[in-house]
Design a protein around this ligand. Structure first.
Ligand SMILES: *Cc1c(COP(=O)(O)O)cnc(C)c1O
Length: 251
């Protein structure tokens, strides 16, 4: 299979990837059981950034249909080479000048963090006659290193974005702080869940709030217990990433 540039690194076998997917899914299901939730409510997104197509294909063969990428170029390269029934999730910081490459092609944009970006997605969606599903990214712990709006400004931003044509706001996304003990993020996940419920109850036009994207390899069980409907897991499925190859890729 073709290589996508910048993805040469430690490769896990198909068997290892299947075993990891199986284990992660089991842990999600257990977290659901523990918190009285239906496991069918939680989508596992396989975050495949920096990983080669052979590893994505292994996850696909296992049954995975939701993949997350954080860079536009890598996302479209992989999209062109993988099966057409995959739901692609744009989870990384998105620059307005790159919006045109993904509108109409991705299933969900998780990382809308400004009105300016939303306007560009709206404009491009009108041009292509599509409705783009988006999440508003929240910087839940107000970390200077992270993108996203504040919890305080979230409602106002959602209201403004909801006025734009050809967009459907589906909920919120957040990248919680890096913690050694995942319990440390429970408070943040709970705040985000509350924000999500509040905005849902406002019934704003052009919104269909039913997606809460939170939880990564280090803390997805706690996120599920607190109400995540999407968890984004990379390392836990595909192993560690090697950034020395392609430079800093994470937000
Ligand atoms: C890389 C990334 C993930 C996955 O991180 P892991 O810790 O490897 O599971 C999830 N969400 C976003 C936005 C990311 O950039």
């Amino acid at each position: 299979m073709d290589k996508v540039q910048g993805t040469e690194e430690i490769e896990l076998s198909g068997i290892e990837i299947s075993a990891n997917l199986h284990a992660v899914r089991n842990r999600i299901d257990l977290a659901c059981k523990k918190s009285g939730r239906d496991p069918g409510e939680v989508t596992l997104i396989a975050v495949s950034k920096t990983k080669p197509l052979s590893m994505l294909q292994a996850a696909y063969d296992y049954g995975c249909r939701d993949f997350g990428e954080n860079k536009v170029q890598e996302l479209v390269d992989k999209m062109d080479k993988m099966p057409g029934d995959i739901r692609w999730h744009m989870i990384g910081h998105l620059q307005t000048n790159k919006v045109k490459y993904i509108v109409g092609r991705v299933y969900l944009i998780h990382s809308v963090d400004s009105l300016k970006l939303a306007k560009e997605i709206s404009k491009e969606s009108v041009k292509r006659n599509v409705i783009s599903n988006i999440l508003v990214e929240i910087n839940i712990a107000s970390e200077s290193s992270k993108f996203g709006t504040t919890t305080k400004e979230a409602t106002e931003l959602v209201t403004e974005i909801a006025g734009l044509p050809n967009l459907c706001i589906r909920g919120f996304m957040s990248v919680a702080p890096y913690v050694v003990n995942p319990e440390g993020n429970r408070q943040y996940f709970a705040v985000l869940k509350q924000l999500y419920v509040d905005i849902m109850q406002k019934n704003i036009d052009n919104t269909n709030i039913n997606i809460l994207s939170m939880g990564m390899s280090g803390d997805f069980e706690v996120a599920v217990e607190e109400g995540a409907t999407c968890v984004r897991v990379g390392t836990g499925i595909f192993g560690a990433r090697n950034y020395s190859i392609q430079g800093q890729g994470e937000q």
